[in-house]
Structures are given as C-alpha cells and as structure tokens.
Design a protein around this ligand. Structure first.
Ligand code: HEC
Ligand code: HEC
Length: 322
C-alpha cells in the first residue's frame, strides 16, 4: 500500500500498533488526538457541487449525509458507514474496490437493476444498500459532486504510469470448493479482526460523537451495510477481505478469508425492502447472492455459504444445452 502519500493512514496504523500493546481502553483517546478528523469543527459545508465536496462526501459520509444532519433534506444514509469504509483511501488506490476506473465502467448493463446503468445509478445502488439509505436526486449538489469526484479519479488514473496502476495486494482470492464455515470464521475474527472492529462487530467511533462516524467501521448491526449490499455476498466480501484486511497488512489465506466473510455475513444487519425485485432475470443472479428467489434448485444456504462449484456447473450445463 502506498502509505507515503497518506500520512494520516500511516499515523493510524502506528496508533493501532500502539493500541494493540496498551489495550483497547486507550484506543479512542490515542486516535482522537492523532486523527485529522478530531480537529475538524462540526460545521456543515455549503452544498456546492465541487469535486472537493464530492471527495468529502465519500470520506465524511455520516457527518454530511447522516440521520443526525441538522437539515432533514440531507439525511440520506441510514447507517454510519462512509463510502471510504469500503472504497479504501477514497477509492484512490488501484485494486479491490478502487474507484479509479469507475468512469471507464459506465454506462453498463446491470443484472441487479435489469437494465443499463450509469455512474449516478451505481452511486445510488451503494446509497441504498451499502449505506442503507435513500437515492440521491440526480440533480442534487451531492450527486453532481460525487460524480465529478469520480470523473477526476478517472482522469488521475489515465495520467498514471503503468507501475502505479498496479495493485499492491496479495494474490487474488480463489474460491475453496467446500462450504464456508462460520464457526472457523469466528476464530479468524477473534485473532485478526476484533482488535479493530470489536468483539461485537460494532466497530469504534472516531470520536465520542456518533455523528462523526467510525474510525473502525461496524461489520454487522444497525450501523453496518444492509442485506442487499454487495458486501453481503460471501465471495465479494472474501475477495475484499483477502485483498485489504487486516488493514495495512492483509495476510489471510483463501480459507481464512472465506470463513471470516461467512461469519460476518451470518450476523444480523439492516434489512432492505423488496429484494425479490432485484435481478428481474433470475439467471443473472451471482452464485453467492444470499437472497432468493433463484432460477435454480439449490437452497438459499448453499447460495449464502457454498459449495459454489455445483451451482456453477448447473448453470454451465444449462448454457451448453441451449
Ligand atoms: C459496505 C461496503 C461499501 C460501501 C460503504 C460503499 N460501497 Fe460502493 N461498492 C461496494 C461494492 C462491493 C461494489 C461492487 C464492486 C464490484 O462490482 O466489483 C461497489 C461499487 C461501487 C461503484 C462502482 C465501481 C465500479 O468501478 O464499477 C461505485 C461508483 C461506488 N461503489 C460508489 C460508492 C459510493 C459513492 C458510496 C457511498 C455513498 C459507496 N460506494 C459505499 C461496496 C461499498
Ligand atoms: C488495523 C485495524 C483493522 C483490522 C485489524 C481489521 N480491519 Fe477491517 N477495516 C479497518 C478500517 C479502518 C476500515 C475502513 C477503511 C478505512 O477507513 O480506511 C475497515 C473496513 C473493513 C470492511 C468494510 C467496511 C465495513 O464496515 O463493512 C470489512 C468488511 C472489514 N474491514 C473486515 C475486516 C476483517 C474480516 C478483518 C480481519 C481479517 C479486519 N477487517 C481487520 C481496520 C481494520
């Protein structure tokens, strides 16, 4: 990870190492003083649709769009994650969940939506699922600002040299052929994850003030992503976890990432309404989509935890028969 360009991240990781040594009680205090977020005043920015405002919206999402915002029109998200909780370094690093290439990816067909989607639609999918919120009006300052930030990343990517386009990540996740084991995942979780995300998965707030959101985001419970989110799919989560977690030193095996992803996704989280309307053509549902209905005879448990090979073979055979 190119930590040189992210001094606050380096500070954060150093603080985490210290915290590991001196115990969790000191964590909040240490990070409060070390973090850049602690110094900022809780003043709402004027909603001017600049690229810089877009960047702040992705990083300070709970403060700018959370349920406690003084302006009811701006209460757009239902949890307290930031876009940057998953799109690490606000999407500026190449690799898993990067946003550098987003502008190249759209418009495109989405099986989930059952039609063509553009960048604005995709932002709103994360708004409604990952952020458990409401779609932003297309002509709102927030939408225009986020889209212009993403376009600026596209320009940044185009100007980058080949070597800086390479992701510094472990080898890609390879799906184990067995069913994922949430009980084994719990063991991984308590040795590798709970130091930051908490034994109860509830994370750690940035400051004492919940409106400011989390330093270590929650992995389940009311402030986490909902059950319609991409991170709720075991393979999507395992890919992300293998590439990015533990933050700053990703070192899980495929099996470890698979099991811990299953453990996290076996836990309660906010629920999204009308999930049965997703994927109007059910045969386009990803194999690991955790909610039905399905176009195949496999039970929901198998879609949630695997094994995935039999499902993959089923669809392959179907295609060949056509
Ligand atoms: C809980 C994790 C999570 C959070 C929080 C989150 N996203 Fe995402 N986002 C994802 C996942 C998973 C994908 C799908 C990636 C894929 O299809 O490979 C995604 C995809 C995207 C894409 C499409 C990327 C591409 O190149 O195709 C955009 C744009 C995006 N998110 C924007 C946002 C914005 C803006 C926010 C905040 C309002 C946000 N996301 C919050 C997990 C998250
Ligand atoms: C050193 C602290 C640390 C450790 C250890 C750690 N994480 Fe994270 N994790 C973070 C931070 C911080 C973020 C948010 C990204 C950011 O703010 O840059 C995050 C984000 C996430 C997310 C996406 C956001 C969300 O809330 O869903 C998932 C999933 C996740 N971590 C899973 C794990 C798993 C599984 C492990 C153990 C294998 C782990 N993490 C270990 C610090 C950590």
């Amino acid at each position: 990870m190119a930590s040189d360009s992210h001094p606050e991240r380096r500070g954060l990781l150093a603080a985490v190492a210290v915290c590991a040594a001196i115990g969790a009680a000191a964590v909040a205090g240490t990070l409060y003083f070390a973090g850049e977020r602690g110094a900022e005043a809780a003043v709402a920015p004027p909603p001017v649709a600049t690229e810089e405002y877009g960047r702040r919206l992705l990083r300070e999402t709970p403060e700018l769009l959370g349920q406690d915002h003084p302006d009811p029109e701006r209460r757009m998200i239902g949890n307290r994650l930031a876009c940057a909780s998953c799109h690490i370094d606000i999407g500026t690093e190449p690799g898993t969940l990067t946003l550098l290439q987003t502008t190249e990816h759209y418009p495109r067909f989405s099986g989930r939506a059952g039609g063509m989607t553009d960048i604005e639609d995709r932002i709103n999918e994360c708004m409604q699922r990952s952020m458990h919120g409401k779609p932003l009006p297309i002509d709102s300052a927030e939408m225009i600002a986020m889209a212009s930030y993403l376009r600026s990343l596209g320009a940044q990517y185009a100007a980058m040299g080949a070597s800086s386009k390479k992701a510094e990540e472990p080898a890609g996740f390879k799906t184990p052929t067995r069913r994922a084991d949430p009980a084994m995942g719990q063991v991984v979780y308590s040795t590798k994850c709970s130091i930051c995300h908490g034994a109860d998965g509830a994370g750690l707030l940035s400051t004492g003030d919940p409106r400011k959101g989390y330093l270590f985001p929650p992995l389940w419970g009311p402030d986490s992503f909902n059950d319609g989110a991409g991170m709720g799919r075991v393979l999507t989560a395992a890919r992300f976890i293998k590439a990015r977690m533990p933050l700053g030193q990703p070192d899980l095996t495929d099996d470890g990432a698979f099991d811990v992803a299953a453990f996290i996704n076996s836990k309660p989280r906010p629920m999204m309404a009308n999930l049965d309307h997703d994927y109007p053509d059910r045969s386009t549902k990803p194999l690991d989509n955790p909610y039905g209905p399905y176009a195949d005879p496999f039970p929901q448990d198998q879609h949630k935890y695997g094994p995935f090979q039999p499902i993959e073979d089923y669809y392959k055979a179907l295609k060949q028969a056509k």
